[in-house]
Design a binder for this molecule. Structure first.
Ligand code: PLP
Length: 475
């Protein structure tokens, strides 16, 4: 899942870690990737081989892909156009087969050769027609869409492919709508729907279109991978900032649909996103695609193609993903398994006994009071520090088994913004009843109102993560 979905998941699961700040909920995300060799057209593989070298060897190295600037404009464009033409021929063939199957007239069958034009900006949208993917967004203003399709000098054309779940009535209705649209006079050859979307069709599409459209309802896209498949084929993304595109979009490698609304209704978000989609097409995308300062090549569009290849290809692939799984999760898990199982599982037994004891004694832990030594906590200048001391009752809990932290940052509506946790040191035992004094100094990196709390969490060298016991006591 994407980083963005990591945030969503931590927030969905936060109640399981009651008391733990949501950004510390121990759910991590590793962003999906594509198997590049599967999705990259052989023609592009050859182009990279010729101008950059062995791309498979250097797939995850950003410096290697920076050299796409060495590929001459004409070669990059020709390679793309060849694949686009192949896609168009494939689309015509699919439509011809369908028209024959349902017994259309010889004229209708002959007319498939009028479908699509390789010189026209070609936009792809292929999805499971799940409702949250909002497949009908483009059709929210049909007159405006008609104008885009039929512009005499700078038209656009769309290829839709998809499948709806047999019981998803809304999804099926939408497919019918797109299909009907694709048969209306005036723009019947500018919108086409291909049935039975599968990975073969997906490969043709991602290798042949100029632009890939994606507009799920935020924040419901866990990752989305189809847009990643465009990058090695120099296709550009036009997507809402959700799922992987929140990480993939850098401001220069495609477009982001719609401003983010914090608490608008779904209807309002649909309206805002549709309007943003039309505006981007009309004011930015179409003019850029048709701008050919030398009369032949869309030079600015070619720069966008290069920036897409450079920025997305090395990061959003399965090689990077698997490496990240191994380094962040599997290798630490294997090492700790090794440690736990040594000497007839001595460490595991010890940890388990320790956990049982901590769980039993933890209700005794209380923060008696917290004092600020030297400052008026409401107004602190940058660079100054707060001297904190906390009197903590640990009862039967051994002070070596806890970590006491100041949790601090800019005060914000009763909460703390951009918090930092700073460990406080045990300075003395106050009495024989399990009371201890903890002290430390907390640097103020923001001026103005500064907020802080003190918290106690159990700690042990064999814990896999800091909130494993889900025990936390706050001041
Ligand atoms: C890549 C792919 C998907 C997944 O695409 P999303 O962007 O995650 O919706 C679904 N179906 C096929 C056939 C694909 O190739």
């Amino acid at each position: 899942m994407s980083k963005s979905h990591g945030e969503v998941s931590r927030s969905l699961w936060k109640d399981v870690w009651a008391g733990v700040p949501v950004h510390e909920v121990p759910i991590v995300s590793i962003t999906n990737g594509i198997h590049t060799k599967t999705w990259m057209a052989p023609e592009f593989s050859e182009l990279y081989g010729k101008h950059l070298g062995d791309w498979e060897e250097h797939l995850t190295e950003p410096d290697f892909w920076r050299r796409v600037s060495d590929i001459p404009d004409a070669h990059l464009w020709e390679t793309h156009q060849r694949l686009k033409l192949r896609l168009i021929e494939f689309v015509r063939e699919r439509v011809r087969m369908r028209r024959e199957r349902i017994g259309e007239s010889p004229e209708a069958i002959r007319n498939v050769n009028l479908i699509m034009d390789p010189e026209i900006l070609t936009i792809g949208f292929a999805r499971r027609f799940a409702t949250y993917k909002r497949g009908a967004l483009l059709f929210s203003d049909k007159d405006r869409l008609r104008r885009l399709l039929n512009d005499t000098t700078r038209p656009v054309q769309f290829i839709f492919a998809g499948k709806a779940h047999p019981r998803d009535e809304a999804g099926k209705a939408l497919i019918q709508e797109v299909y009907k649209f694709s048969r209306e006079t005036g723009f019947e050859n500018r919108i086409v729907f291909i049935e039975d979307y599968d990975s073969y069709i997906a490969r043709r599409l991602v290798q042949g279109v100029d632009l890939w459209l994606n507009h799920p309802l935020r924040p419901l896209e866990a990752s989305g991978t189809s847009g990643m498949k465009l990058a090695p084929n120099a296709g550009i993304n036009l997507s809402v900032l959700d799922g992987w595109w929140r990480e993939g979009y850098n401001g220069n490698n495609g477009w982001a649909i719609g401003p983010e609304l914090d608490n608008g209704t779904v209807e309002f978000q649909n309206e805002v996103d549709a309007s943003s989609l039309y505006q981007l097409l009309e004011n930015q995308i179409i003019p850029l695609y048709y701008a050919k300062p030398d009369g032949k090549l869309p030079l600015a569009w070619l720069q966008l193609m290069r920036e897409t290849i450079r920025s997305i290809t090395p990061a959003f692939n399965t090689h990077r993903m698997v490496k990240e799984y191994a380094e962040r999760l599997y290798i630490p898990a294997a090492k700790s398994h090794e440690g736990f199982s040594r000497d007839s599982c001595a460490a595991a037994t010890q940890l388990s006994q320790w956990k049982a004891a901590i769980r039993k004694d933890w209700p005794q832990v209380r923060i008696q009071d917290v004092q600020v030594g030297n400052q008026d906590r409401q107004n602190i200048s940058v660079g100054e520090s707060l001297q904190l001391s906390a009197r903590i009752h640990l009862g039967a809990v051994d002070p070596r088994h806890v970590r006491v932290e100041a949790y601090h940052g800019e005060a914000d509506n009763g909460g703390i913004r951009n918090p930092t946790a700073t460990v406080l040191d045990q300075s003395s035992q106050v009495d024989g009843d399990g009371n201890y004094l903890y002290q430390g100094s907390v640097p103020a990196s923001e001026s103005g109102a500064y907020g802080f709390s003190v918290r106690v969490v159990p700690t042990h060298p064999h814990l896999m993560q800091r909130h494993e016991l889900r025990l936390i006591t706050w001041s």
